[in-house]
Ligand binder design. Structure first.
Ligand code: 13P
Ligand code: SF4
Length: 374
């Protein structure tokens, strides 16, 4: 990974209209050599410049298709740009406009911790454990899973990947989001009693040998700091005050929230569901605020609002600003690129295995992780 110099002050002083014009000019100059990808949580001022938008799965699929391009600029977070770099050939250079756009959930599983957990779990069961990591994880965690017979998943294909994992082994170690793991396994019919939580901050993950032996799902104690702001209390208050409003949430929300919601699924699932809903229908959405606001603005014939009364903002997604995007494009156009993401070859191989298994287990349309239990 290249060092990120500070963004020159001149970008921060530019007029917003000039920034738009210069980004568009750079896009025209670079033509087909450049592809800009944008995750649904990006701010409107950035996503308007994207060639493709999507959830994590769709963007991984699109990234894997970009071998004809020279430069992929990923308006999203670090693990997404890493996945794009792994999935494209060496000739394609991948950039993240601001290298500090990380993901707090991905940071909750460090490689050494996962190795330690694996040793402890393997020593306490004779059954085959398949490690599955949510794509929201560092490339070396993906590599660990790939090299130990496992795979990646996203919120769009988690049920398919878990079913695949159970066809390969007896137990699943699910990293790093305990909520996506629990919500998915429960929706597939596995009881909560078949799941335990491994806490990397505790000795032996806080688990006894018999708990490891008896569990079918070992869920890593990680979470999304944005989606944990949605609560069961918000769902209850909404049911009491507005019983005709449908609650749709992301499966990174807690199990309690997902159970009280009507529907749960990835950002692509949420978008598609609201797009296809009847005019006049009312929605409370449990996901990042930029997507909720965009849905409300796009579907003026429907009543869309956040499930929370506080702002649920992903501060790291928000680090990608139009100024950073322009700076990145200027660097590419001038031959002095900044903020390239380059995964080490020794990590790439294992991570590619895990990502390829993820892409083999895809549903044709975004699936619900749970229908909820209203
Ligand atoms: P999806 O867009 O894949 O649903 O993921 C949401 C998310 O939190 C990305 O970091
Ligand atoms: Fe990470 Fe949550 Fe932000 Fe997604 S919304 S990038 S999981 S912190």
């Amino acid at each position: 990974m290249l060092f990120q110099p500070p963004i020159p002050a001149s970008y921060m002083q530019m007029d917003p209209a000039d920034i738009v014009a210069r980004i568009e000019q750079r896009r025209r100059e670079l033509g087909k050599r450049l592809v800009i990808l944008g995750h649904h949580y990006q701010q409107d001022e950035v996503i308007r410049h994207a060639d493709f938008t999507g959830d994590s799965l769709k963007l991984s699929q699109i990234a894997a298709d970009q071998n004809g391009a020279e430069f992929v600029v990923f308006c999203g977070v670090h693990f997404m740009a890493e996945s794009a770099d792994i999935l494209t050939e060496d000739s394609v250079k991948v950039f993240l406009p601001d290298l500090s756009a990380g993901c707090s959930m991905a940071d909750m599983a460090a490689y050494d911790q996962v190795e330690e957990a694996w040793e402890f779990l393997s020593a306490n069961t004779t059954e085959r454990i398949i490690p599955i990591t949510y794509v929201n994880s560092a490339a070396n965690i993906k590599a660990f899973c790939g090299l130990h017979g496992g795979a990646c998943c996203t919120s769009s294909n988690a049920p398919k990947v878990l079913a695949w994992a159970l066809s390969q082994g007896d137990k699943v170690l699910f990293l790093p989001d305990q909520h996506l793991g629990r919500n998915t396994a429960y929706a597939m019919g596995h009881p909560l009693e078949s799941m335990v939580v491994y806490d990397p901050a505790e000795l032996d993950g806080g688990l006894r040998a018999d708990q490891v032996r008896d569990a079918q799902f070992i869920l890593w104690k990680g979470h999304c700091s944005v989606h944990q702001l949605f609560t069961a209390g918000q769902c209850e208050a909404l049911r009491a005050n507005e019983p005709d409003r449908t609650i749709i949430v992301h499966p990174e929300c807690s199990w309690e929230v997902v159970q009280k919601a009507d529907l749960a699924g990835s950002t692509e699932f949420i978008i598609k569901t609201i797009e296809e809903a009847a005019p006049g229908s009312k929605w409370a959405v449990g996901t990042e605020v930029h997507l909720v606001n965009r849905l409300a603005k796009t579907h003026i014939d429907k009543d869309v609002r956040s499930l929370a009364t506080i702002q649920c903002l992903c501060t790291t997604m928000y680090r990608i600003s139009p100024q950073h995007l322009l700076w990145c494009l200027d660097g590419i156009a001038s031959g002095h690129p900044v903020n390239q993401i380059s995964v080490k070859p020794q990590v790439r191989e294992g991570a590619l295995l895990a990502l390829s298994r993820m892409l083999e287990n895809v549903s044709s349309t975004p699936v619900a992780v749970s229908g909820g239990a209203v």
